[in-house]
Write a protein that binds this ligand. Structure first.
Ligand code: CP
Length: 324
């Protein structure tokens, strides 16, 4: 069976490290599809004794509701044990301990480290200094790979395919790490991307270049028009990332630029689904929640199953054998 994390494994082999999962850009199309199948099997059968005796550390240096709780639920449902923190202010980081020393300490105790950090590249760095596998639960404005796998799973479940979809991504495309990972992850499936953002929050050049180099069709606009809405198979709304702004006056200018309201969906395609990595602030009006095209709550539930699959893959637990 091809390993999901081939790239990371290859880069780690020289120093005899286990596998880590730090970026979705490292995954091939085949491995993404394989992971979707494993996620499907966890959705059918989420309670399994696959992590018996394993201790998983959950280190959240930034706030989280879904990612932390769904990872921790995933571990609990697999009969593993969790240690960690959800507020770094209660740890020795507050006394000035470095990330390196924190990772080395936790590596003494745990079989796996799930980590969210405010610095871009923190998960990659952690994976280079320890033999304990690292799962990136979000690093600054860079990547959020487990979110992307749950987004892809949600797209597959709602569309019945991942191929040839028109995906409109709206909001903070500059700082939104879920957006960056989604572009990498969906790039294997011939999407058409419509990028909708204010000029200040335009998709970074790196990702525009990525699309161009890989022949991925995209357009950019500041206008979240009816035409775009009515062509879309997926609308992926995002929050303006207040915590990434150095000047809060700039945040105030753009924070409510796009608000999706139910009336805007009246001529949309039947198969359209609205996704959002959440939390939402103002981007989706509450009157959208009762529209059958709203999928963001189920999307977050899918995160638990996809994270079960990721944890097993990182730890080298072959679920095909154990669940057959
Ligand atoms: N989607 C997401 O990362 O949500 P949390 O910040 O609540 O984990």
């Amino acid at each position: 069976m091809q390993n999901l994390f081939t790239f990371v494994f290859k880069t780690s082999m020289n120093c005899m490290k286990k596998e880590s999962f730090v970026s979705v850009a490292d995954l091939s199309k085949a491995t993404i599809i394989q992971l979707m199948k494993k996620t499907e099997s966890f959705e059918k059968n989420p309670n399994q004794q696959l992590l018996d005796g394993k201790i998983c550390a959950s280190l959240f240096f930034e706030p989280s509701t879904r990612t932390r709780l769904s990872f921790e639920t995933a571990v609990n449902r697999l009969d593993g044990r969790i240690i960690g923190f959800s507020d770094a202010a209660t740890t020795s980081s507050a006394k000035g301990e470095t990330l390196k020393d924190t990772i080395l300490m936790v590596s003494n105790y745990a079989d796996l480290i799930i980590m969210r950090h405010y610095l871009e590249g923190a998960a990659r760095y952690a994976s280079e200094i320890t033999n304990v596998p690292i799962i990136n639960a979000g690093d600054g404005a860079n990547q959020h790979p487990s979110q992307t796998l749950l987004d892809i799973y949600s797209i597959y479940k709602t569309q019945g395919t991942l191929e040839n979809l028109e995906i409109t991504i709206v909001g903070d495309l500059k700082y939104g790490r879920t957006v960056h990972s989604l572009i990498n992850g969906m790039s294997h499936f011939n999407p058409i991307f419509h990028f909708i953002s204010p000029e200040e929050l335009r998709i970074p050049e790196t990702y525009r270049n990525f699309c161009e180099e890989n022949g991925i069709k995209y357009d950019e606009s500041c206008d979240f028009s009816n035409d775009i809405i009515n062509r879309s198979d997926i609308i992926y709304m995002t929050r303006v990332q207040r915590e990434r702004f150095t000047d809060l006056m700039e945040y105030e200018k753009v924070k409510n630029v796009y608000i999706l309201r139910n009336e805007m969906l009246k001529d949309s395609k039947d198969n359209l689904r609205i996704l959002h990595p959440l939390p939402r602030v103002n981007e989706i009006a509450y009157d959208v929640d009762d529209n059958p095209k709203a999928y963001y709550i189920e999307q977050a539930k899918n995160g638990m199953f996809v994270r079960q699959a990721i944890i097993c893959e990182v730890l080298g637990i072959n679920i095909n054998e154990t669940t057959a």
